[in-house]
Design a protein around this ligand. Structure first.
Ligand code: CP
Ligand code: NVA
Length: 334
């Protein structure tokens, strides 16, 4: 077996080689096919995983729970208020306790340093379920979705519009660089990703054939792109006060039919979700009442269009999270 990820944590894609990332994408596709064929996937029977969420979740939590159960594993969910983590017990101590009980730990929180600390001290594989800096499990699902649409990844141009320097923008820039894709970050320069990360990605691109472009011009971002991608303009954990400035600065980067029409003829729309595309959410309604915008990072028309792949993408979260647990818990060697 060329790639063996047994015992590895999955904290950010920068830690993984292009070959390892491609392996996880292809393994996700295989496990997805097997699940649809109703094959028994209980190869990790008797194992147990902890799922720690210091921020809320629908997709990531559901994916870890369903995937773990499909693989025959037990799960324990620790919600944002239901554990001692960070309040009465340090991450380092928590890691050493949970490492004695569980075979793997998922962690969603704020700082990347927290998930890195868990991995360092638990002695078991730790999977990053989202931090302010990175959302790596989302990347395997997203790249699987792109590959399902276009048949390949190398040479595909993906533009991320909006808050380009937060977890989704950072992760997509790294993923595209590693996989030889052309990445465009399109938004207000105030929110561009850190120079250091941009430089690192550009360096990676020299070996993979990918490219990285930062632009404030929405037309330049959209023109000829294969994938138009966006995320919320205000992320979990950010204060309400930032809404005003975000709306002002990011309004030109809303993905609407004008931008989609500039993209390639086969272009698709992607979003990690949840999305503010209508008034079906409490936050969406509050923003509308205060600022008058009914649709935020994407219009309802684009979100609901045939080009939108958001629900395939959401389904793929489960298959790819299953692949990540399967590979790092050593099911491959069985
Ligand atoms: N995309 C994503 O991580 O969704 P959740 O916040 O619902 O887990
Ligand atoms: N940037 C978003 C991603 C949600 C999956 C957030 O952190 O809230």
């Amino acid at each position: 077996m060329a790639v063996d990820l047994t015992g590895r944590s999955f904290l950010k894609l920068l830690d993984y080689t292009p070959e390892e990332i491609e392996y996880l994408i292809d393994l996700s596709a295989r496990l997805k096919k097997e699940k649809k064929e109703h094959k028994n996937q209980k190869v990790l029977e008797g194992r147990n995983v902890a799922l720690i969420f210091e921020k809320t979740s629908t997709r990531t939590r559901s994916s870890f729970e369903v995937a773990a159960h499909d693989l025959g594993m037990g799960t324990t969910y620790l919600d944002p208020s239901g554990s001692q983590i960070g309040k009465k017990e340090s991450i380092k101590d928590t890691a050493r306790v949970l490492g004695r009980m569980f075979d793997g730990i998922e962690y969603r929180g704020f700082h990347q340093s927290d998930v890195e600390c868990l991995a360092e001290y638990s002695g078991v594989p730790v999977w990053n379920g989202l931090t302010d800096e990175y959302h790596p499990t989302q990347m395997i699902a997203d790249m699987l979705t792109v590959k399902e649409c276009f048949g390949h990844l190398k040479g595909i141009t993906l533009t991320f519009f909006g808050d380009t320097g937060f977890n989704m923008g950072n992760s997509l820039m790294v993923a595209c660089s590693k996989l030889g894709m052309n990445y465009r970050a399109c938004g207000a320069s105030k929110y561009f990703p850190d120079d250091e990360l941009v430089d690192e990605c550009k360096k990676i691109c020299k070996t993979t054939g990918g490219s990285v472009l930062l632009t404030e011009d929405p037309e330049e971002g959209a023109r000829g792109a294969d994938v138009l991608y966006t995320d919320v303009w205000v992320s979990m954990g950010e204060p309400e006060e930032v809404w005003k400035e975000r709306l002002e600065l990011l309004k030109p980067y809303q993905i609407n039919s004008n931008l989609m029409n500039l993209a390639s003829t086969d272009a698709i729309f992607m979003h990690c979700l949840p999305a503010y595309h209508d008034l079906g959410t409490a936050v969406g309604r509050a923003v509308y009442e205060k600022y008058g915008m009914k649709e935020l990072e994407v219009t309802d028309e684009v979100f609901e269009s045939v080009r939108s792949r958001v629900f395939d993408e959401a389904e793929n979260r489960m298959h790819s999270i299953k692949a990540i647990m399967y590979a790092t818990l050593g099911a491959d060697g069985k």
